[in-house]
Each structure stands twice: as structure tokens, then as C-alpha cells.
Design a protein around this ligand. Sequence first.
Ligand code: G3P
Ligand code: CA
Length: 295
Amino acid sequence: MTTHWHHSPTHYRPLAAALAVLGLVLVVVLSPDAVRVEAVNIFGTLHAPGELSFVAGHRGGGKDGAPENTVPAFELSLQSDADFIETDLQLTSDGVPVLMHDFTLDRTTDGAGPVWASTWAQVSRLDAGSWFDPAFAGTRVPRLDDLLDIVRPTAKRVILELKGSWNDEQLGPVVDEIRSHGLADRVMIAGFDVRSLAAAQRVGPEVQRVIIIHDVVGDPAVLAATCGAVAIVTSKAFLRADPGAVERIHDAGLGVMIYTLNSSKTWSEAIALGVDGIITDKPLELDRWLATGAG
Ligand code: G3P
Ligand code: CA
């Protein structure tokens, strides 16, 4: 079929003129806030001070009774009321996305050396449970695929933190897995490295992104615009020192999450500040605390 757009036939000119006027109006209306980011739909609406935050189980809820970033931890998180499971993503030397926090295997498995230097065949044989409790001997390092399979039939969402730096080519298979599980609207890609998040934006723009940053310095909207992020994950220390930051981040149209809060005192503080999400190692304990009405 031949397209005539390149020839600008006379009957398209009124439409072109109307679109040009509309474009000009949008530029004039939007230019004062050109870097504002409003896409916070994975959060729902932004929270007000005192409104109950959503909850994310950090490293799968790694202090609730199962080893961090393993299927037993994810299953405990599923039993909790937490809305999100937070976990950490790395690639094996042969490009398999696996869930592990540390860059090396030493602390949480019976292996040694960097994750990136081991093949999936090697990692898949490791014991990722005994270090935590002998009762978990034989627990394996999960692949991203394992977590997405578990999450798919539930209503839970996932915060998938990219550990280290990622390029477009490395992110391609990750986005494909998220898409093939039908979870593009229930996974947020998180990271400290905005260049990796910008790569995620190019490869899978529909999978929302959040920036993790210890201290939010400067205009949060400018920061978020570097990778089209919808929220900022920041530290307890930063928000304690600068509680007005929650309002500034919200005013930029961005969500605010805080990590990693494991005590009722800090949960109360976060809710009073109006943060949208609390990342905790203890989602089940936070449930119990909320059930007392304390929240
Ligand atoms: O979500 C933020 C938090 O997970 C970053 O800390 O080191 O536990 O991955 P880390
Ligand atoms: Ca993490």
C-alpha cells in the first residue's frame, strides 16, 4: 500500500495546521513544568501525611523467617499483606537473570566468587539456605523467571532492583521475561544507576522505573526525567534530616518510598511523613503491627 503522507496533499493541510496549533498550545501550557513527571499509576494516588503507606518486602522479606531472595522468602511475602516484593537482579556469566543481593556468592550460598563469573549451571547447584538456617538446606538461588511464575497468579507487584550497571542488550531478556509473564504493569525496575534505568526505559518503556538514591539533591523532577522514573526510593536518614523532601518530591509528581524500615518507631515516622511506600525486611511483622491499629 502506498502512503501519501510524504507528499502533503492539500486535503491534509487543515489537519496539519490544527495539529501545529495544538502542539504550540501544549508547549505554552506545559513549558513551565516541562520536566514534571506525572505517571505514578503503579502506586495509585500519592499519599498524604498520616495515610497508610504501601509495603514492600525487602529482599523478598528476608528477616521474616526465610533466607533473603529465595523462593521460601517470596512465599512468606505472598502470605503477608505487603503489596510489593523487592528483590535484587544480577546476571550469571552466561546471561541468566538471577536474584541475589551481594555481588559475590560467598555470604548467602556455599559458593564463592562473583555472580558474574559463574555460569547458571554452577549457581543452580549452590545451597542458598544453610547459611540462614540448616532447616533451609538445599534452597536454591532463584532465577527471575521463578519469581515471576510465583507472582503471576497473585495480585502482588515486584520491585526489581538492577544491581550494578546494565546496558540495553542485557536488559532485553529481562524485559522479555516480564512481558511474557504478562507482568509489565506489576513490575517496577529500580536502581541506583540512572544510566541503567535509561537503558530500561529504551528497552521496555512500559515497565515503570524508580530511582534509588540515598540523598535527593537538587530538583527531583530533573533527576526523574533522566530515565522517566515515576518515583524515588530514598533513605530513612535523608528523610529524617529533610522531612520537607516528601512534599517536594510529591510536588514533582513523583512517588516516594523509604528503605529499609524494620521497627514500629520508623514505620510510624514514615506514615506521618506521607511516604507512599515502606520497604521492610519484615512485612509479616509490619502486618501484625498494623493489625493492632498502631499504624
Ligand atoms: O530498595 C532499596 C534497597 O533495596 C537498596 O538496598 O542494598 O538492600 O539492595 P540494598
Ligand atoms: Ca535491593
